[in-house]
Design a protein around this ligand. Structure first.
Ligand SMILES: [Zn+2]
Length: 343
């Protein structure tokens, strides 16, 4: 491990763009599969490593759906959430806004209240046991249409779980125009939730403008195509609208051809608040520390520059001001003492 990798591993971090089921590591999948012996997912961790080696994107979707199929009852939801936080704690992630998709679970027969109680129970336990603070982004699976938007808004606003901070929109962008979701975002924002739709990952900058204009976006999930429109970059920089950049995911989904062609440098040079995130880490064979190392390489950053990325995530988070100050102070303290701390 290089000095920079060791620095990143110990650095206190915030993660702003990471999905619930997409965070199920082989260890967690093995535990879930053991609870459901009728599934075709292997329970042996060694066999699972093979299972998680994707041949192509279609194979990835197939494996992803087989993991979705393992989350069948409230106990699965609780176990998945709690174990994700354990994996986060091991990477020194102190705070995460986890994107959850209640619609998928409710559709599979888990009652809405049981789902919410399961994630809330896991959230409190994770903070106690691992010192990882979790918050929720309730996400509309765009491919499931307006019915899923209605259901997601209903669960968010009727049940108002304590850990819920934001409202999101994921799934494919092509053929799923953002403006149609405006009424649901209007309701969520009026109820005090923040708006964080995915936009401009697989489509051009107009989708990002749509997310800003129609969905009140305060951060943008991915925003990979934003450098195609200098006026948009200017707008994002001026209004401190952060981009949630997930380099490895962008390669895996072919939103970007190679890491070397990743537009992160153009975003940073335009003065945009850039945060680094992992999206569906075990599915893409990565974790947040690896994404920080990749960003450091692409941006030519040393320890000081990497610590700035961690501060960006805190600034762009939906923590309250005192909590932001505490986490930033933790990052500062770690960075200042770094050469002495080095193992
Ligand atoms: Zn995502």
């Amino acid at each position: 491990m290089t000095d920079l990798h060791a620095f990143i591993a110990g650095l206190p971090k915030a993660e702003l763009h990471v999905h619930h089921v997409g965070s199920a590591s082989p260890r967690i999948v093995a535990e879930l599969a053991a609870r459901h012996p009728d599934s075709r997912v292997p329970t042996d961790p060694a066999a699972l490593v093979d299972y998680f080696t994707f041949r192509d994107f279609a194979h990835f979707i197939e494996v992803y759906l087989s993991v979705v199929d393992l989350v069948r009852d409230a106990e699965d939801v609780r176990l998945l959430t709690f174990e994700i936080a354990r994996d986060m704690g091991r990477q020194n992630i102190r705070y995460a806004e986890l994107t959850v998709t209640p619609f998928s679970s409710i559709r599979r027969g888990i009652p809405d209240l049981a789902f919410v109680e399961a994630i809330e129970d896991a959230r409190k336990a994770a903070e106690r046991e691992f010192g990882v603070v979790l918050r929720w982004c309730f996400d509309i699976p765009g491919e499931a249409g307006l019915e899923s938007a209605e259901e997601t808004a209903r669960v968010a606003l009727d049940l108002q779980p304590e850990g819920l901070v934001s409202f999101g929109l994921g799934g494919p962008e092509v053929g799923v125009p953002r403006p149609q979701f405006k009424p649901y975002f209007d309701r969520a924002v009026a109820a005090g939730l923040h708006s964080v739709p995915h936009a401009g990952e697989t489509t051009g900058p107009q989708t990002i403008w749509d997310a800003l204009t129609h969905l009140h976006a305060e951060r943008i999930g991915h925003g990979t195509s934003s450098p195609q429109d200098p006026r948009l970059l200017e707008h994002l920089a001026e209004h401190r609208i952060a981009l949630e950049v997930c380099p490895t995911s962008n390669i895996a989904t072919r939103a970007v051809k190679t890491l070397e062609e990743h537009p992160i440098r153009e975003m940073v040079e335009a003065g945009v608040l850039v945060t680094v995130n992992s999206d569906d880490p075990p599915m893409f064979g990565t974790d947040l520390n690896t994404e920080y190392a990749i960003a450091a390489r692409l941006l030519g950053l040393d320890e000081r520059g990497v610590a700035d990325l961690a501060r960006n995530a805190v600034e762009a988070s939906f923590l309250d001001a005192p909590a932001k100050a505490r986490l930033t102070a933790e990052i500062d303290g770690y960075t200042t003492s770094w050469p002495r701390r080095r193992p």
